[in-house]
Design a protein around this ligand. Structure first.
Ligand SMILES: Cc1ncc(COP(=O)(O)O)c(C=O)c1O
Length: 371
């Protein structure tokens, strides 16, 4: 089976992890801070706080910014449910911004009309690794006094107008995930980057039961929270992976160029674009078919051939828990249309040339059937 995404682990990663497992600290030790420093430096941000998942990182930064019951936050329906659930768990209400048909990213021109006096936060998601037009988001946020958190779980290694995603140039904070299909992995894991010390300090507390340390054995719990800590051996893996992140992204871009060249010959297929302001890091390679029927047909054929295609994403507000909150189908027509035709084909650094050719040949087979 060729999956749609997978990790690239090498001998050097294993050695780093083993070294930590043999050391005194397998959690709450020095590797966590070392990983945080390396990640912040790589992205050009002041602070990074590592978490045990992208989901807990999102929840923690929303909480650090004071998102709570009665507040609204604006995000996209074309994302993994965690972007939304993290805010719902804090009692806030998601407001969905429809997307651009060609990137699947939030259409930032729609933002002003979605803002109310209850809006606290905008959460752009860099879908598939293509950055959102952040300067425009930032301008709206500044005009209305809103926070901006980038859900960059797909976008480590991407750039917007030359700024690395994670630099927080146009946002208060940026969130990454280190799930195995992402650009680098820690097994499970995530991080928040920020340039603001106040947000950084709050995140450290939220990650660790709301604890502030006192003298000697003393500690104080400022508010109830969870244990969202990541282990040192995971951070050792993250550090080792981070050394290769640029080569991972370059390989993904090389695969994208191959797909572009081969698949642009086919009719009835729209390929990912890279806007002039973007340096795409291709977490995913989502292609779009002419119809929902064709997408299903291709999904089934490729799966039957051992090619692990996947759909990113069912619009978040279609899920039963959102329906129970009063959301209805039809809310974001462009997102729904995007969803009905999209399919992610395999994209990860370790893909071999013959595997890529197999993907192209299988697509050719279905797409040529109709002529
Ligand atoms: C856009 C987006 N946001 C949030 C998450 C949550 O990250 P994690 O799986 O690390 O909890 C993911 C990961 O799947 C994601 O793709």
């Amino acid at each position: 089976m060729i999956p749609y995404g997978r990790q690239s682990i090498q001998e050097e990663d294993l050695l780093e992890v083993l070294q930590v497992l043999r050391s005194d600290f397998i959690t709450q030790g020095p590797k966590v801070q070392e990983f945080e420093r390396a990640l912040a430096d790589y992205c050009g941000a002041k602070y990074a706080v590592a978490f045990n998942s992208g989901t807990t990182a999102l929840y923690s930064v929303y909480r650090a910014l004071g998102l709570r019951e009665g507040d609204q936050f604006i995000t996209t329906p074309i994302t993994f449910v965690a972007t939304v659930s993290a805010g719902v768990l804090l009692g806030a209400r998601p407001i969905f911004c429809d997307v651009e048909p060609e990137t699947g990213n939030m259409d930032v021109s729609l933002l002003p009309r979605l803002i109310t006096e209850r809006t606290k936060l905008i959460v752009p998601v860099h879908y598939a690794g293509h950055p959102v037009d952040m300067e425009k988001v930032w301008e709206v946020a500044q005009n209305y006094g809103l926070y901006v958190v980038e859900d960059a779980c797909h976008a480590l290694g991407s750039k917007y107008k030359g700024y690395k995603t994670g630099s927080c140039k146009f946002s208060h904070a940026v969130v990454f995930s280190f799930h195995p299909v992402k650009h680098i992995t820690t097994g499970e894991g995530g991080a928040v980057l920020t340039n603001q010390e106040k947000i950084y300090r709050e995140l450290l507390k939220i990650r660790n039961h709301g604890i502030i340390r006192g003298e000697d054995w003393e500690y104080y719990v400022e508010f109830p929270s969870f244990n969202f800590r990541i282990t040192d051996f995971q951070c050792a893996l993250g550090l080792s992976q981070l050394k290769r992140v640029d080569s991972f992204v370059e390989r993904r871009r090389q695969i994208a160029r191959f797909y572009q060249e081969e698949l642009s010959k086919f009719q009835g297929l729209d390929l990912p674009v890279e806007k002039p302001y973007a340096y795409h890091s291709y977490h995913l390679y989502p292609v779009r078919f002419e119809s929902a029927n064709r997408r299903r047909e291709v999904y089934r054929l490729l799966r039957s051939r051992g090619i692990g295609v996947q759909v990113h994403y069912i619009p978040v507000y279609w899920h039963p828990f959102m329906e129970a909150m009063g959301y209805r189908r039809g809310l974001c027509p462009t997102a729904e249309n995007f969803y009905s035709k999209v399919l992610s084909i395999p994209m990860y650094p370790a893909l071999k040339e013959r595997e890529l050719e197999r993907v192209v040949e299988s697509l050719r087979e279905v797409l040529e059937q109709r002529e």
